[in-house]
Design a protein around this ligand. Structure first.
Ligand SMILES: NC(=O)c1ccc[n+]([C@@H]2O[C@H](COP(=O)([O-])OP(=O)(O)OC[C@H]3O[C@@H](n4cnc5c(N)ncnc54)[C@H](O)[C@@H]3O)[C@@H](O)[C@H]2O)c1
Ligand SMILES: [Zn+2]
Length: 354
């Protein structure tokens, strides 16, 4: 992680992911900004590299794009000695990682995240995949990258909306693991929003350290990795109820405040935790209340279809206080919640209806 770290990519690739040929994958927006310059830098050091692009946007994180990229790599006669380098946001990382996971039964890959979501969250942890008409991320594989290089300077060209939305995951990392980090995010909010590269370097490094520690403990999500779902049960319901018109980061901000309120109601979360999270997300330009027009019952219904529902009860990963999660029952890092408490928390967070 570093401001300007992309200049070191040829050397870092040579050291951590040496390869006969590199397939650099970027979407059409990021390709001219960072994909083409990387291919040129690799060529200048005598490495064989080629750029593979696809149209930008979540709707292209699909099996059709996976097929097109895989076919283009096969037509280029790439073999098992090739390495995929994903340069871009979370869509590029998930898609290119999945291409690498399946190409010739799996070749190495490297993540070069260029969005806040990708740097703070998606590039680390090894989850790769694509969306299907039945839902997001339903087809994929766990495939760990050999190397992740986050250059915080690249965030300067990211549009304002995706920049801010990604910060919700940084707040999540502070809440689940590090009270001092949350305090730093609050105190540094204006420098973060001004995209001060040195401040962003500390933020990305801290978030990555927290996520990597949780993932290393539970790489395939059977236990502790559930803490990374904090805020996400409600967030996924908001996204589904709004037909994906509400961005993920906005939904996560509201989801964290709502789930902390739920924890306070259930008596497992220290009083004042929800208010503190609400203040933090607002300082970073994110909302704390449910978007207008979404009703409590609609959100409850959407939670019924959430993959975190086990045996008919809603389950939530909840904080005990800022910086510490409740271990949960049966070592599962999540707790059951009755619908009355969930309704009340949603209502308090601004959802319409009783
Ligand atoms: N694998 C995981 O663990 C994980 C975790 C969180 C999110 N995700 C996935 O990440 C995706 C969202 O990621 P995202 O928000 O980065 O979306 P994205 O990749 O679509 O990037 C958002 C937009 O910003 C552009 N962009 C990216 N970096 C840029 C830069 N530096 N300068 C200018 N433009 C730039 C992209 O072209 C795109 O148009 C979702 O598909 C989500 O499922 C995965
Ligand atoms: Zn998320």
């Amino acid at each position: 992680v570093g401001a300007g770290a992309r200049a070191d990519l040829p050397a870092l690739l040579g050291r951590h992911a040496p390869s006969a040929r590199y397939a650099v994958v970027s979407d059409a927006t990021v390709a001219p900004l960072y994909g083409e310059p990387l291919v040129a830098a690799l060529a200048a050091t005598g490495c064989a590299a080629r750029l593979f692009t696809f149209p930008a946007g979540e709707r292209h994180k699909s099996r059709a794009t996976w097929e097109a990229l895989s076919d283009a790599m096969l037509a280029d006669r790439l073999g098992r000695d090739a390495t995929v380098v994903a340069v871009g946001g979370g869509v590029t990382g998930d898609l290119a990682g999945f291409v690498a996971a399946t190409f010739m039964r799996g070749i190495p890959h490297v993540q070069v995240p260029t969005s806040t979501v990708a740097m703070l969250d998606a590039a680390v942890g090894g989850k790769t995949g694509v969306d299907t008409p039945a839902g997001k991320n339903l087809v994929g594989a766990f495939h760990q990258p050999r190397l992740v290089v986050a250059d915080t300077e690249t965030l300067r060209t990211l549009p304002a909306a995706p920049f801010t939305e990604g910060l919700a995951e940084a707040v999540k990392h502070g809440v689940i693991a590090d009270a001092a980090y949350l305090a730093e995010l609050e105190a540094g909010a204006s420098a973060i929003l001004a995209r001060d590269p040195a401040v962003l370097e500390r933020v990305v490094a801290r978030s990555v350290a927290i996520k990597a520690a949780v993932v290393a403990d539970d790489p395939t999500e059977t236990g502790r990795r559930a803490v990374l779902n904090f805020g996400h049960t409600v967030a996924h319901a908001i996204e589904a109820a709004a037909g994906f018109a509400v961005p993920h980061g906005v939904a996560v901000a509201v989801g964290m405040v709502t789930e902390a309120r739920l924890g306070e109601r259930l008596g497992c979360t220290a009083r004042g935790t929800a208010a503190r999270i609400g203040a933090a997300v607002e300082r970073l330009g994110l909302p704390r209340t449910v978007p207008v027009g979404l009703a409590t019952e609609q959100l409850i219904a959407c939670m019924g279809g959430d993959k975190k529902v086990r045996a008919g009860t809603l389950r939530f990963a909840l904080p005990a206080a800022i910086g510490q999660m409740v271990p949960g029952d049966a070592g599962g890092w999540s707790l059951p919640a009755d619908l009355t408490a969930v309704r009340a928390a949603l209502h308090e967070a601004g959802a319409a209806g009783e």
